[in-house]
Design a protein around this ligand. Sequence first.
Ligand code: CTP
Length: 131
Amino acid sequence: MQKRVITFGTFDVFHVGHVNILERCASLGDTLIVGVSSDALNMSKKNRAPVYNQYDRLKIIQSLSFVDEVFFEESLEKKRDYINYYRADVLAMGDDWEGKFDEFNDICEVVYFPRTPSISTTEIIEIVKSI
Ligand code: CTP
């Protein structure tokens, strides 16, 4: 059976931590589907506008060879609907979300990967601001 993996994120100011998690997610199955947070969702989630708008962030993720399908994640409340709609067998996320999605164990396998140390969008923005 073909295994479908889904993951979610903002992926703003794309960096190697993003590449690593997406590669790891892809390694779990045959098809990788990525929900990219909409600008509005990002505002509500992180309390700041992303540096790259949602269309550019989606385009970057779509261009990766190990990503098969992309869509905008419009609401955190719709995770279950997205998992069902995209027929995901696995939900994979970085371990900053450890335990937060265990409720979806009834419809798919839930996997958390360790984050790549010492890099984040927030940190890059801070570094660039300070230069
Ligand atoms: N991620 C990761 N390692 C990092 C940074 C992010 O594995 N060093 C993963 C997150 O765990 C998540 C996905 O990448 O599953 C998207 O995370 P996102 O929030 O977009 O990236 P961050 O760099 O964490 O952004 P921010 O600093 O704004 O929180």
